[in-house]
Design a protein around this ligand. Sequence first.
Ligand SMILES: Cc1cc2nc3c(=O)[nH]c(=O)nc-3n(C[C@H](O)[C@H](O)[C@H](O)COP(=O)(O)OP(=O)(O)OC[C@H]3O[C@@H](n4cnc5c(N)ncnc54)[C@H](O)[C@@H]3O)c2cc1C
Length: 557
Amino acid sequence: MRPEFATLQNHPDLSVLIVGGGINGIGCFNELALQGVDVLLVEKSDFCAGTSAAMTRVIHGGLRYLENAEFRLVRESLRERNRLFRNAPHYVKPLPTTIPIFNWTSGMVPAVRNLLRWPTKPGDRGAVVIKTGLTLYDFLAGRRSPLPRHQFRSRREALALRPSLNPEIICTATYFDARITYPERLCLELIQDAEAACPRARALNYVRLHSASGGAVVLRDEVSGETCTVRPRIVVNAAGAWIDGVNRDLGRPSQFIGGTKGSHIVLDHPELVRATGDEMIYFVNRDGRICIFYAVQGKIVAGATDIPTTDPDAVCDDSEVDYILQAMQQAFPSIRVNRSHVVFRFCGVRPLPRSDALTPGQISRDHSFPVLPPGNGIDFPIYSLVGGKWTTFRALAEQVSNQLLRVLGRPRLCSSAHVPIGGGKGYPRMPQGTGLPQDRLLSLTERYGTGADRVAAYLVAGAVSVQSDVDAPLASLPRYSRREIEFIARNERIVHLDDLILRRTLVGLLGEATRPVIEELAAIVAPVLHWSPQTAAAEVARTILLLQSVHGMSFKE
Ligand SMILES: Cc1cc2nc3c(=O)[nH]c(=O)nc-3n(C[C@H](O)[C@H](O)[C@H](O)COP(=O)(O)OP(=O)(O)OC[C@H]3O[C@@H](n4cnc5c(N)ncnc54)[C@H](O)[C@@H]3O)c2cc1C
């Protein structure tokens, strides 16, 4: 039996059980741990493997939400965006965002109707509407925003800077939000910080909520099939698009979620990388939907679709790939993009509230947490975390935990608003005295923030000299070394090989997971995790199947 199950068997009573290890569950876990609450989080898959891994990787205030007159949401999102610059500076970086503009006045009537709360399908947005929106956005960001204000460029200036932009533009507008370089790693760091702050806080991946009755909840280890029973005072259902399914398994059926699926593609296209530079291109497609693309480590991430679905496990299909490719042509018509450039695709289902909005884009991205009181043979209340954005996870967690603390009769010990996360503590600071070359230290700091100290120490531990091959690069992927992968396998809660490829590193996202890479990584991880040759082979096969069936990759035999 896994050791955590044995401990829970002996001490099944808990204050809070959180179901779901996406950003919202993890945010709550961190918040409650900081208040000293005994809390258990269970995630049926890996941490941050659901919708939280399918985001556009932008920390933003939600410029678009101004159209729906959601000023409170935009203000809150901008405040949280600005906080993340301070609390996670190792992963949250400024992202200039350019909007190509094709006319002066369109979109004014829908904008006014939406402000008056007469919902109207959005269409093209002209310069006047965009200028108004960006002025308001800068105002809501506040005077202490760490980012510059927006600026407009004339057609001539814009085309001089980006000659491949659609020549039909009349001008462009550039405003600032933030990119998050490693959202999956930030999730892990929030968990590690929480467990360090509170010894009675524990998060388990590959453990599923199975069923409940009375005050007891049955958990199932997804690897061994073993079960164990806990007795929480409160359950937080943070299962995102799976919320209604989890409430059903808890014996309290609900109809909270009206999800929409959103897909992105990743393209290997150096010309497009050069054309976009360091900016995100944000534009309105012919159908009125906002699309984006920008460069991430030499590849282009482009998206996203917004399609109602009842399947929380939806995957990106070919029609979505074609939709995104066609939309991109609108911004840079002279640059050819087609399916041959696509090296990876990913999809997630937004856990939005059920709604009868005219278009998915008009469903509010705000969060709420409806409560199912004890009843129907269940002795604990269930708080379901509906909606929300990655950006606002801390605000949501703070609001929910305030309610939970009241129910538990416990005081708030501190605020998370100014607590640095993981490798954001003491950033920027590079490892000292390791003898590793400067460019290697820079790449470690970019990947781990000040957590690079521990990684660098591990790389050189026991080495006679750094000239020896202690930090020897991988044959198939020289950006990583054998010792670095070993460090991740030892310290970062890897259960399956795809945890390493898709969430501890960007190898999957960047379309770099070729068969030789997968096999070399498996060979390094196997001895650390005590995998037999059969298990290692099964992990390679599992990863390849996943990359083919979910992420559209192909592997030549
Ligand atoms: C295409 C797209 C782009 C987006 N882009 C952005 C963006 O750029 N910026 C931004 O701020 N927001 C963005 N969002 C929104 C944001 O990603 C989501 O709102 C957020 O990730 C939802 O997190 P969550 O924790 O609620 O859900 P999830 O991340 O889905 O987590 C729920 C977890 O519950 C687990 N679970 C389910 N059932 C069980 C069970 N029985 N037992 C245990 N665990 C279970 C699942 O495995 C899953 O990991 C985007 C969303 C989409 C879809």
